[in-house]
Design a protein around this ligand. Structure first.
Ligand code: ADP
Length: 323
């Protein structure tokens, strides 16, 4: 219902915008037509008067028996006037039709990106609410069941609290993702300074065990965001690799890459993995919201860098960021 009413709203706005275009164009066109008509009319009257005086002069030189009309062309002038009105009318009609069609098309071009953005926003809110509802429902059910259990002992209560905490952690992670997504989506510019990609990699890896091949490489970037970006890629590399020790981080000549020899990404999923809330069927069993890579993409874009994925199903993936 919401999407339908949104569509109607944009249709209405499109028609209104077209009407405004038409109103302005027709006001200009009709004013010009009036000016043209008045000018031509004045010229026609001047010619008529001129002819009238000339003919009167000629008439005076003829014998009275010859009857010459004082304004022989008056019919022609009236006809010319009528023809001008018809021509101006036709021109205005064509302008009305042409600008009506053109205006409707242009109004569509103007409004479509806004309509798409609103649609996207709606989808985003609905996805986010859906993701929040799942842990909330689990939390509520667990608490309700435990409260109904009259024989609940301390051990069981603690077990329930541990499970509750897991759900709360999930929600906290999601809200952090949502905040970051919003932050990087809205942010037009990050404060960039000279950053060594090797330091970024070391900070992101932290205490995790990964293979590394790190050389000093200075780029213009925002260190905090870049660390966040590499953490997202590392999280995924761990999550989607049964053998954790296959994860490798390489820094070389303004490039940083994170690779794994895990489950890999199917060809049909590759074009979508950076979309918000996109998760491949294979990853359904693992924890995640499909938001990590879209945050990663926003961070990469804010650095005017590029991110490339090479992956083969069952063989692993390599994500490379080039500055
Ligand atoms: P999430 O991991 O929370 O599902 P992401 O946005 O980080 O969300 O990733 C989107 C999808 O891309 C994942 O669901 C997964 O299918 C795929 N993907 C990302 N990184 C990897 C990887 N290293 N190996 C295999 N698949 C990956």
């Amino acid at each position: 219902m919401g999407i339908e009413s949104g569509k109607n709203m944009f249709k209405e706005a499109r028609v209104k915008l077209t009407a405004w275009y038409l109103l302005i164009i027709m006001a200009v066109s009709l004013s010009f037509s009036c000016v043209i008509y008045l000018g031509v009319n004045r010229e026609l009257n001047r010619i008529a008067n001129f002819q009238f005086t000339r003919i009167q002069g000629i008439v005076r030189g003829f014998p009275a028996s010859i009857n010459i009309s004082p304004m022989p062309d008056s019919d022609a002038i009236t006809e010319a006037r009528a023809r001008i009105i018809v021509i101006l009318g036709l021109i205005n009609l064509s302008i009305l039709i042409f600008s009506g069609v053109g205006g409707y098309f242009l109004a569509g071009l103007t409004l479509n990106p806004i309509a798409e953005m609103v649609d996207e926003q709606k989808k985003f809110v609905s996805n986010a609410s859906h993701e929040l509802r799942t842990p909330l429902t689990a939390l509520k059910t667990e608490i309700e069941v435990s409260l109904r259990d009259k024989k609940l002992d301390l051990g069981q209560a603690k077990k329930m609290l541990v499970s509750n905490l897991e759900e709360v952690d999930r929600m906290q992670k999601l809200s952090n993702y949502l905040l970051n997504l919003n932050r990087y989506g809205d942010e037009k510019k990050l404060i960039l300074t000279k950053v060594n990609l090797k330091d970024v990699a070391i900070r992101a890896i932290g205490k995790n065990k990964v293979k590394t091949n790190l050389t000093n490489s200075l780029v213009l970037g925002n260190e905090e965001s870049l660390v966040e970006l590499v953490i997202i890629l590392l999280d995924n590399a761990y999550k989607y690799s049964p053998k954790k020790d296959s994860v490798e981080v390489v820094v070389r000549s303004k490039k940083i890459s994170v690779s794994d020899s895990g489950v890999g990404i199917a060809k049909e999923d590759l074009p979508h993995i950076f979309d918000r809330f996109y998760r491949s069927d294979k990853s359904r069993g693992t924890e995640g919201y499909g938001l990590g890579l879209s945050i990663a993409k926003s961070i990469v874009e804010l650095h005017n860098a590029s991110i490339k994925v090479e992956s083969r199903s069952g063989r692993g993936s390599t994500f490379t960021i080039t500055f």
